[in-house]
Design a protein around this ligand. Structure first.
Ligand SMILES: [Fe+2]
Ligand SMILES: [Fe+2]
Length: 750
């Protein structure tokens, strides 16, 4: 490219000579001016590489003009003048012209000065350009070193440093291949570029270039649709790529100044590498900080977990030495916590525990987790611990073990107690002579002890299971009846018959209950073989019934003996008995007392056996001495009956049957409470029966009169309650049985 020269000379001949000379040497003379204003205007328009200025112009000062174009436009100036006085020279030197030539001068002299000045100007421009670039790179490096993080680097670089070197720039930061941050200084391109970035549409140069730095011009096909096309088209763009060890950290686009030369990319490449390394270092540092933070968090978390753990935690190295201890209760360690590190289990623990530890440790070496329990004595108390011992792997290699130890003394003691209880229960279950069983409502026999099997003659539970519990019952449907009753009452005490394996029936007493076990309804019970007792009971019942029948027959026979001697009162004792029993029952007496009344009534006149028969059968009124003899019959009754061992006081009741409440009775004249209640009943029944019956010496008075008589005597002669009951009995329809009545036969009331 030809160098452009401006000539400011008001002597036209000289000016033209210079033009001819310079153009002849290959320079382009952009104009010849004779005034300052004209020269400034042309300099602005043409931007010459050099101005040759005459110091003294007819209408201006060449020095002032030079001062302006040197300062404002950095255009080097060569002065030409005919004046060489000291004052002029001093003024000229102040504006630092590139050279100074006195008129008249030779052509060679001018050309030599012009060439030197142009070379020097070029060298100076180059120097300024490189200085700017280097200043920019230095500041950028400083920023990288001092900035806190990648974001701060990008902010400073793009907003403060880059504009010193480049009017426009764009910085993109990447993370994991995606744009994570950008700073733009692109003017009107910015919006378009941002939109493209958001669409993931990166410039082709950025994707394709492998260089640390390239100079881009809009010449490629791929650049047609590039959002940076306009930018690169205006004098090109410098693209820096920050890549280190294959990781792409970001890119910086810069529009370089006019004097930027492609060979300066050499410096920029070095800077790109430095910046990539800085990003890498920052990333590594950030990762290290993150790792450290993560480790600290993990450590705090671990400490928090440990402090909340009631378990002890031990770590061992590959030789089995303690490397870590967490023990909330230090006493379980047997030594002080700080003394345990670096020691081996055999230095501290009892031999049996050490043995278990090493067995587990050997398994740990094979990568297995081992659980075991041990116990030690602490302050005279046996304490139990459970251990889960796991291999400790570092980088996949066995590097020791971790043991988590939990105290289980309470659980263990409970377990031992339960075992003991279970053992006792099992012993009882197996050996108790009572048959124990558990069954389901549907009849499945769950459990049965040996005694149960023995009672029913089976060898095993399986045998019964095969036939079902229901078939053990003597009758079909009996188990279902038993089940319903058990369900209704919850607890059942029953006696029934079961069928043995050999078909024989056995009587059992079964104490059963319904219960829930593990959410399941079951029947649990105990059976006892009561076959013998039952047979004895049945025999006894039969025997007692036999005895009773014998007794009753004997009593009746005795009663009959009296009536054989006194046929006129035949049936008297039987009828008295009938009424007396009815009165006793009406009064609510217990069965035992009713039986006493019955037997006493049947025999109450047995003493008549001791009265001479002629008195008993004598018709008409008895003489007083005969009457006295008759009154002896209760005493004789007593004497006879006293010889018999009754289960009741029959003789005494009979003895009192003619006594009256007011003491007017005989033979002893007893009163009120001195008379047995049963005797009071017997007395009333005796009177009512005698009065209502026919006698040889009088007709029957009838029931009405008899009842009137006892009603009149109530409370005085007869017990009120007894009278009341007697009236009630008749009111309810009591009548003497006719068969006992024998009218017309001679009899006497006694
Ligand atoms: Fe009597
Ligand atoms: Fe009597």
């Amino acid at each position: 490219m030809r160098k452009k020269i401006l000539i400011v000379e008001d002597e036209a001949i000289i000016a033209e000579d210079m033009r001819t000379l310079l153009e002849g040497e290959g320079y382009e003379v952009v104009g010849i001016c004779s005034t300052v204003e004209e020269a400034i205007g042309l300099a602005h328009r043409k931007r010459p590489d050099l101005a040759i200025v005459d110091i003294v112009l007819k209408n201006g000062d060449g020095v002032k003009l030079a001062e302006e174009i040197i300062k404002e436009m950095e255009i080097p100036v060569i002065f030409v003048t005919a004046h060489s006085d000291r004052a002029t020279l001093e003024r000229v030197l102040k504006v630092q012209p590139y050279s100074y030539i006195l008129k008249p001068f030779e052509a060679r002299q001018l050309l030599g000065i012009v060439k030197i000045a142009l070379d020097r100007a070029e060298a100076e421009r180059r120097l300024r350009s490189l200085t700017r670039l280097l200043e920019f790179l230095n500041l950028a490096r400083e920023t990288i070193i001092r900035a806190g993080d990648s974001r701060e680097i990008s902010l400073k670089l793009c907003r403060e440093i880059a504009p010193m070197f480049s009017p426009r720039c764009a910085l993109l930061l990447f993370e994991d291949g995606e744009v994570s941050h950008w700073e733009l200084n692109l003017g009107p391109l910015e919006e378009k570029f941002l939109r493209a970035l958001k669409n993931g549409d990166l410039p082709a140069c950025l994707k394709e270039s492998q260089e640390e730095a390239v100079y881009l011009e809009d010449k490629r096909e791929e650049c047609k649709d590039c959002p940076l096309k306009e930018l690169c088209g205006k004098g090109g763009m410098v693209l820096m790529r920050f890549v280190s060890k294959g990781v792409f950290y970001g890119a910086l686009y810069l529009s370089p100044p006019m004097d930027f030369r492609k060979e300066d990319l050499h410096y920029i490449k070095g800077f790109s590498r430095d910046l990539a390394l800085a990003f890498e270092a920052r990333m590594a540092e950030s990762e290290a900080v993150q790792t450290l933070t993560h480790l600290q968090t993990s450590l705090s978390f671990l400490q928090a977990i440990l402090s909340s753990m009631r378990e002890m935690v031990f770590a061992f190295d590959r030789e089995g030495r303690f490397t870590f201890v967490h023990a909330p209760a230090e006493e379980a360690l047997l030594v002080k916590k700080e003394e345990i590190i670096d020691r081996r289990p055999e230095d501290i623990l009892p031999e049996d525990v050490v043995e278990k530890f090493w067995e587990a440790f050997e398994e740990n070496r094979k990568g297995r987790v081992v659980n075991y329990e041990y116990s030690i004595e602490i302050k005279g108390e046996r304490r139990w611990y459970s251990v889960s011992q796991s291999p400790l792997l570092m980088g996949g290699e066995f590097s020791g073990a971790v043991a988590i130890v939990r105290e289980i003394t309470e659980r263990k003691n409970l377990e031992l107690k339960l075992q003991e209880r279970e053992r006792l229960y099992r012993g009882l279950f197996e050996n108790v002579p009572v048959g124990l069983y558990r069954s389901t409502p549907s009849g499945e026999l769950l459990e049965a002890n040996p005694a149960f099997l023995k009672i029913l003659g089976f060898q095993s539970l399986e045998e019964i299971r095969k036939i079902g519990a229901a078939s053990l019952f003597a009758e079909p449907g009996e188990r279902e009846r038993w089940r319903k009753k058990l369900e209704k009452e919850g607890v059942l005490d029953a006696e029934y018959r079961l069928r043995r394996k050999d078909g024989k029936l056995v009587w059992v007493r079964d104490l059963a209950r319904v219960m829930e076990r593990d959410g399941r309804r079951i029947y649990e019970g105990a059976i006892q073989d009561i076959t013998k007792a039952k047979e004895n009971e049945l025999k006894l019942e039969k025997y007692v019934s036999e005895l009773k029948r014998l007794f009753d027959e004997t009593v009746e026979a005795l009663g009959a003996m009296v009536e054989m001697r006194d046929p006129y009162t035949a049936g008297h004792q039987a009828r008295v008995t009938e009424l007396a029993v009815a009165i006793a029952q009406e009064m609510g007496l217990e069965q035992d007392k009713v039986d006493l009344v019955r037997v006493a009534a049947l025999l109450h006149d047995i003493g008549k056996l001791g009265i001479p028969a002629e008195i008993l059968v004598k018709p008409g009124k008895l003489l007083p001495q005969e009457m006295e003899l008759v009154k002896l019959h209760p005493t004789i009754s007593y004497q006879i009956l006293s010889k018999i061992d009754f289960p009741w006081p029959v003789p005494e009741v009979v003895y009192q049957h003619h006594e009256r409440l007011d003491g007017s009775g005989y033979p002893r004249g007893l009163k009120g409470d001195g008379i047995f209640p049963e005797a009071k009943i017997l007395a009333v029944a005796d009177v009512v029966e005698a009065m209502s019956s026919h006698r040889p010496y009088r007709p029957a008075y009838g029931i009405g009169k008899a009842l009137d008589e006892i009603n009149r005597g109530r409370g005085k002669l007869y017990d009120s309650e007894v009278v009341e009951a007697t009236l009630a009995v008749f009111k309810k329809g009591f009548r003497f049985r006719k068969s006992f009545f024998a009218p017309g036969r001679p009899s006497r009331k006694i």
